[in-house]
Design a protein around this ligand. Structure first.
Ligand SMILES: O=P(O)(O)OC[C@H]1O[C@](O)(CO)[C@@H](O)[C@@H]1O
Length: 642
């Protein structure tokens, strides 16, 4: 079945020799309103100065309805549109169907100058331009899969040395040459990956998508500062903590959640009588180029920790001083959310027995395809075109990602960061307030059919869908018919096709990405496809896709809360050391902290500490904050809280 379908796909492409024959091109452009209200609202003039902003998107719902009905009345027209626009990457076995997004040929033509500007920007970026102007950084994740593109010999050698070091370290761990310190006879059986955001989501997605049923090392993640979540992961490891390789991933090396995860894990090691790191200088270690550092030669491995971080970060220095097993670099020019194909994603993948060379090969082939400047032949550009059309270039509709394959469950979560952290920006590159964004959510089909597809079909029309279709249901030789002529996978296929049709018949647009199988190659290609689509889309809407200033605000505020908590504790300590003890009202605490404006936060701090057995006694009712009087159970004369 799969092979005949793939043959059919090839046939489609062969039947498509003439570009620009979309049935929608027949719609009279004079009937389009000059410019959408949404575009007006967000001052898109600034987006690309040389390009006119009066795009001809038919905002007129009646007109859109007419187009749809026209296509419905004549399914052959829809079929022609499907064939005309179908993108195929033969070598990757990847297809992109954009026929159920209603852009017109006129719209495509009007977008053309913007696309050419985006392609030029992408070319400059690949040549090493400072593509992240706010942070003065190059953006080089494309070099990771084609080191020849890197703008200097030094960068090339760093990329290649790191890749080789990842491969040989993983091979040595998997074959048992590198052993856990407390069981020199044994092998590492588990990975505990500590990291958050871009330092977790890629590895999580890839583990779920590609790890074999019995991987050489099984992986677990700590990706939060939730103590109960951390306890759960450690409890699940149980005695196998002794044979667990702890990989701490943080580009900055100073992310609090990750630091906390590490401290919690180190405590668990101590409590289990294990040495996380023996704090020795490892002799016979070697430097490969400037940074990739492995305790290669020692027959007695002293640590179970591996750090992936920027050189000289706090984490790097800790790992170096404590003599961790290995340190791998995260480069300044690779952003967290585009780091899956750096050591961040490759090391955990290789340790799970996933073919990382194939992942890189898939990404590299996809990058190549995305370098063409012909929009209809460029899959990333086609995605960006659809996103722009569907969301008016201002994020007016959400992107629902629905892979019909359990192993791709985490793709939407991975894309959520890639797209939303990149596109969700307050200002454009010219400093205009634009509040850009593109919301991404989704889990998997057909499961979601029994959850929220009802609303997608019939309810508020604020989204477009991306279906991810995988042609191969099961490995060869394992399928069977659960009723005559029908397999379990046929049902999944039917659900996808049925949902796509049902949504379209109610004017809900969708894109379909099809791959033959979920393999390291196709996963690498999908990662590269979306990384590039995000880059192109960001150019279309004139924003910096590579910084995340908004996240800093939350981090700063969290730091301020913890600083306030220390002041509260100091004030309470002083009052509790008096004789007699002086219980304080919240107003008094706030006053003595010189933070009367923070009284609500002080109430929350006290309520949180009281709920966690923190030697703090709060009298009164939490429900009526004014009644509360608070003091510490004991006076700590030596305690310094600030
Ligand atoms: O790898 P780091 O520096 O720990 O950062 C983790 C994540 O935090 C962010 O900086 C902000 O959430 C992400 O961009 C990044 O992936």
């Amino acid at each position: 079945m799969a092979s005949s379908l793939s043959g059919l796909y090839s046939a489609f492409k062969l039947q498509n020799p003439t570009p620009n024959k979309s049935p929608l091109a027949r719609v009279d452009s004079a009937s389009f309103p000059a410019r959408s209200k949404l575009l007006d609202r967000f001052s898109v003039q600034s987006v690309a100065k040389e390009i006119p902003a009066n795009l001809s998107k038919p905002k007129n719902e009646t007109l859109k309805e007419e187009i749809r009905k026209g296509l419905e009345k004549d399914p052959r027209e829809l079929w022609r549109r499907y064939v005309d626009w179908l993108y195929q990457h033969r070598e990757l076995g990847l297809y992109l169907d954009v026929s159920r997004v209603g852009f017109t040929d006129e719209f495509v033509a009007e977008m053309e100058p913007r696309f050419q500007a985006a392609f030029r920007a992408m070319e400059k970026l690949e040549k090493g331009a400072i593509a992240n102007p706010d942070e003065g950084r190059m953006v080089g994740h494309y070099w990771l899969r084609n080191s020849g593109l890197a703008p200097s010999k030094y960068l090339r050698s760093q990329i290649e040395a790191t890749f080789d070091a990842v491969c040989s370290f993983a091979a040595d761990v998997v074959c048992g040459k590198i052993k856990p310190p407390s069981s020199p006879e044994g092998r590492f059986t588990h990975i505990l990956s500590v990291g958050i955001g871009g330092s977790a989501l890629g590895p999580q997605f890839v583990a779920e998508a590609l790890a074999p049923d019995n991987p050489p090392l099984k992986i677990r993640f700590i990706d939060n500062t939730d103590p109960a979540g951390i306890d759960h992961q450690i409890a699940q490891l149980g005695p196998e903590l002794a044979s667990t390789l702890v990989i701490v991933i943080s580009k900055s090396g100073g992310t609090p959640e990750t630091r906390n995860g590490l401290l919690e894990v180190q405590k668990a090691f101590r409590e289990a009588g294990l040495d996380f790191a023996k704090q020795v200088l490892i002799s016979g270690s070697c430097f490969c180029f400037c940074f990739v550092f492995l305790a290669l030669q020692s027959s007695e491995y002293k640590s179970q920790g591996v750090a992936i971080t920027q050189e000289n970060s706090l984490l790097d220095n800790t790992a170096r001083i404590e003599g961790w097993l290995a340190r791998f670099p995260m480069f300044d020019w690779v952003g967290g959310r585009t780091s899956e194909l750096s050591s961040v994603g490759l090391l955990p993948a290789a340790l799970q027995g996933i073919d990382i060379k194939e992942m890189i090969a898939g990404a590299s082939l996809m990058d190549e395809a995305n370098r063409t400047t012909v929009v209809r032949n460029n899959p990333a550009a086609l995605l960006a075109l659809c996103w722009y059309w569907a969301s008016d270039g201002v994020g007016s509709k959400d992107m629902v990602v629905l892979p019909y394959k359990d192993s791709l469950l985490l793709f939407s979560r991975y894309l959520q960061q890639l797209v939303m952290e990149s596109i969700g920006k307050e200002f454009d590159l010219d400093g205009n307030r634009v509040n850009q964004g593109l919301t991404v959510y989704g889990n998997k089909g057909s499961t979601d059919q029994h959850a929220y597809i009802q609303q997608l079909r019939d309810g508020v029309h604020n989204f477009f869908v991306t279906f991810i279709e995988v042609l191969r249901d099961r490995p060869p030789g394992h399928d069977w018919e659960l009723e005559p002529g029908v397999t379990c996978g046929d049902y999944l296929f039917g659900m996808l096709q049925g949902t796509r049709s049902a949504l379209y018949s109610n004017d809900r647009e969708s894109i379909t990405v099809t791959v033959q199988e979920v393999t390291p190659r196709s996963v690498g290609a999908m990662i590269a496809l979306y990384e590039r689509a995000v880059g192109i889309y960001a150019s279309l809407v004139n924003i910096n896709a590579y910084h995340q200033p908004g996240v800093e605000a939350g981090k700063k505020a969290a730091g301020e809360v913890l600083a306030l908590q220390k002041r509260v504790l100091q004030v309470l300590n002083e009052a509790s050391c008096k004789d007699p003890v002086e219980p304080l009202t919240l107003d008094e605490v706030a006053e003595r902290c010189h933070a009367p404006e923070d009284i609500e936060m002080i109430y929350k701090i006290i309520a949180h500490m009281a709920a966690n057995d923190r030697a703090l006694i709060a009298e009164g009712s939490c429900g009526s904050p004014r009644s509360i009087k608070v003091f510490l159970g004991e006076c700590n004369l030596d305690e310094m809280y600030v």
